[in-house]
Design a protein around this ligand. Structure first.
Ligand code: DON
Length: 313
């Protein structure tokens, strides 16, 4: 059952947060390891809430598209689970890694089975599973299609310049994929699998669109959004559990402590948080901390969740 919400109160909280974030001087640093991302101006901040029953509420640069990067791993997981269900967990674990998102060390110790689907090797296995079931030919990417349908926005697209930049600088991800190929945990061609992964990371969406596209995770697995995503109540709970424990890489514990909601971040500066039975929250600001999470997006979601008493604890 959706909880009652006070739209005017949320709007005024978002306006207040957006105006304070505009004046923040400590904004972190834009990701530079993907050259195209380093061009994004640091002074932007947007925030949107998509309640379960009602249109999105937003403030700041909520209609500026940004690169969703690792947030795409949530949609990819939904697609892969739709294809293979719980057998996915034979190839990917469900434990927080405590390591950076692109670490190779743990993968060697654990014989090519990534700790979880939200670190890069886990997401690369998920891409491999998707490609086993859908060719991705004719320009259709299943993750892009799902984002478009959930946000009801057919114009959402892949930023081709970011994609080219990722392909060019993606040796570490290819190394992860080759290692897993050697261990028998990648079935397809490394080039195709990693390019499918880079393509989903390069999808550009606005805070408003991304909030609408992730609202199904607040729905308890019921209603029209859950139907589009093809998720059951149980699957929805489990994706939220993974976001809570693994969604912000080696800062996931700290984010759970500060925010108390399942979150997923991306190096484009976006953060999604799920307030069950209420809706989804997306904040974006391109400056990152040393773990790759947006400084201001985390701060804004923390303030909003505390101010409105949204927590799963
Ligand atoms: O593979 C990469 O490195 C990027 N395309 C995605 C990483 C990412 O967003 C990690 N996020 N915090």
């Amino acid at each position: 059952m959706p909880k009652q919400i006070d739209i005017a109160k949320i709007q005024s909280a978002l306006d207040d947060i957006a105006s304070r974030m505009a004046g923040e001087s400590d904004r972190g640093e834009v990701a530079s390891y993907i050259p195209e991302l380093s061009r994004v101006p640091l002074n932007q901040f947007g925030i949107a809430v998509a309640p379960l029953n009602g249109p999105p509420i937003f403030a700041g640069d909520a209609d500026v598209p940004f690169s969703i990067q690792s947030i795409s791993k949530v949609f990819a997981l939904v697609v892969a689970l739709g294809h293979v269900g719980a057998t996915l967990w034979r190839r990917v674990g469900r434990e927080p890694s405590g390591d950076p998102f692109n670490s190779i060390v743990q993968l060697e110790f654990e014989r090519g089975k990534p700790r979880n689907p939200f670190i890069n090797p886990g997401a690369i296995v998920v891409s491999d599973v998707i490609l086993e079931h859908e060719s991705g030919e004719f320009g259709r990417h299943p993750v892009l299609e799902l984002c478009r349908r959930l946000a009801d926005a057919p114009d959402i697209s892949v930023d081709e310049e970011v994609f080219a930049s990722e392909v060019k600088t993606g040796d570490r991800n290819r190394a992860l994929a080759y290692f897993m190929l050697a261990e028998g945990n990648i079935k397809g061609e490394v080039k195709k699998v990693t390019e499918s992964y880079f393509r989903q990371c390069s999808i550009a969406m606005t805070c408003r669109q991304l909030a609408e596209a992730t609202r199904f995770l607040a729905s308890g697995g019921e209603g029209p959004d859950a139907e589009i995503a093809g998720v059951t109540p149980e699957r929805t709970r489990r994706i939220n559990a993974l976001m809570m424990t693994c969604g912000c890489y080696d800062a996931s514990g700290e984010v759970a402590f500060r925010i108390g909601l399942p979150c997923k971040s991306g190096v484009g500066g976006g953060v999604v948080a799920i307030a069950p039975s209420v809706g989804s929250i997306v904040a974006w600001s391109p400056g990152l901390d040393e773990k790759g999470n947006s400084v201001l997006a985390l701060k804004a979601i923390e303030e909003l969740a505390h101010g409105l008493g949204w927590s799963v604890f």
